[in-house]
Design a protein around this ligand. Sequence first.
Ligand code: MG
Length: 111
Amino acid sequence: MPQSITFKQAQKTVDDWIKKFGVRYFSELTQLAQLTEEVGELARIISRTYGEQSFKKSDKKELSEELADVLFVLICLANQTGVDLTEAFTKNMAKKTKRDATRHKKNKKLQ
Ligand SMILES: [Mg+2]
């Protein structure tokens, strides 16, 4: 297991895995449904850990596993739609930084 992994490596790892074990990517619409399902599983854990809901005996409790499930489907969607996540993430962070340079610091609700 590598100490760190780049977005590029993660996209390649997922693509190799899909070709070897997945046969092909599910359609984009199926992936979106899968993403929704995985976000729901993540929400269940968050709700039961940080919200008022209690865990049932049968509930899985691995937050990291559910975050990774969401990440996997996001990477699948990026791969099959030609999105370079390194470029997209870099651009997105630059946009957020420009837009929100002082916004959150000025938000009294966050003080
Ligand atoms: Mg899951």
